[in-house]
Design a protein. Structure first.
Length: 337
């Protein structure tokens, strides 16, 4: 189940303050294992995650840290590059001096990195270290799956005094780069998120009026949202049928089927966007699905504060959004420092 560690690693970081729930993730996580009950895990915001890796010269999917809400501190144990991307409003310092997000920073052993509380907009920060974090692969990925207690650093969130290694091969040999402000994603507290219809939309499950309400309602992000699901405030739809038949009494009930990552699940009167550690199947309607290129927005929704409006797009537009994301992540489009 567990592959060997890379042959050559060096200690790179010791955790002084772990924050709320800092985890090691990689991208795209454990793909292809949904039939075995595994959603992929990986970063909730893959765009900021991959950008941080590209800035330090890593492959975009290399293992790095996801830091929800900030409030993280660590001492560096090696010389190399680091980069932090993601939520705004966090005071980031290196040895007490303010430094910028969205650009590579050169560090040496003994440097102290501090991330203050991310006051927003946005919710999650991502810290990449040149070389990539070296933890064992589990089922082909280094991503932490908290629900299953596997992957990452012993299958758990980081704690004080944890020491992380990086692979020795690629430590800081790249030039320093910065993501131009014009290419950085725009964060807000009132989001528009692109979705595709269904697979259980109108007219078979929702009414036409229901679906119109799905797209026009400003959905409030519930405080109990996490990597499993982003939950919205309750809303009573009309539904196109009286019940779920043999699947159950509520019209949102279905015979068990597979769920997509980013699916908007109707659990009775509560809608949830299925996150990277969600359940892979079940018996409820998926009324819409977040476009892959827009999943990063879900990862930056702040529980208890932000609102969301859903905008329906078609497959061609979804593909265009994906191409735009790849443009941002191309090192040729970044500024050299």
């Amino acid at each position: 189940m567990t592959a060997r560690r890379p042959h050559e690693t060096v200690p790179a970081l010791e955790v002084l303050e772990p924050g709320l729930q800092t985890t090691v993730q990689d991208h795209p996580g454990r793909v292809g294992l949904q039939a075995l009950g595994f959603f992929p895990a990986g970063p909730a915001d893959d765009l900021a995650f991959r950008a941080a890796n590209v800035l330090v010269g890593n492959p975009p999917g290399s293992a790095a840290l996801e830091i929800p809400l900030g409030q993280f501190q660590a001492v560096l144990l090696y010389s190399g590059l680091i980069a932090i991307c993601g939520a705004a409003g966090s005071e980031i310092t290196l040895n007490g001096e303010p430094v910028e997000a969205w650009e590579a920073l050169r560090v040496t052993a003994g440097d102290v990195l501090t991330c203050g509380v991310a006051r927003g907009p946005g919710f999650r920060l991502y810290l990449a270290l040149s070389g990539g974090i070296a933890v064992p692969e589990v089922f082909g990925s280094r991503a932490t799956f908290l629900v299953g207690e596997l992957g990452g650093f012993d299958g758990r969130a980081l704690a004080k005094a944890d020491v992380l290694d990086v692979e020795a091969g690629g430590r800081g040999r790249s030039a320093r780069r910065r993501v131009p402000r014009s290419l950085r994603p725009s964060y807000t507290d009132a989001w528009e998120i692109e979705v595709l219809r269904g697979p259980h939309a109108d007219p078979d499950h929702l009414t036409t009026e229901d679906y119109a309400e799905l797209l026009s309602t400003p959905w409030r992000v519930d405080l109990n949202s996490d990597r499993v699901a982003t939950r919205f405030h309750p809303h009573r739809f009309r539904w196109a049928r009286a019940g779920g038949g043999e699947a159950g009494g509520h019209p949102s009930n279905l015979l068990d089927g597979s769920y997509p990552l980013g699916g908007i699940l109707a659990y009775g009167d509560v809608l949830s966007i299925l996150g990277p550690e969600s359940h892979t199947s079940g018996g409820f309607a998926v009324v819409a699905t977040v476009a892959t290129a827009s999943l990063w927005k879900v990862g930056q929704l702040r529980p208890g504060r932000d609102t969301v409006r859903l905008r329906e797009i078609d497959l061609a537009t979804a593909a265009d959004l994906q191409r735009h994301a790849e443009f941002l992540l191309d090192p040729r489009h970044m500024e050299r420092l």
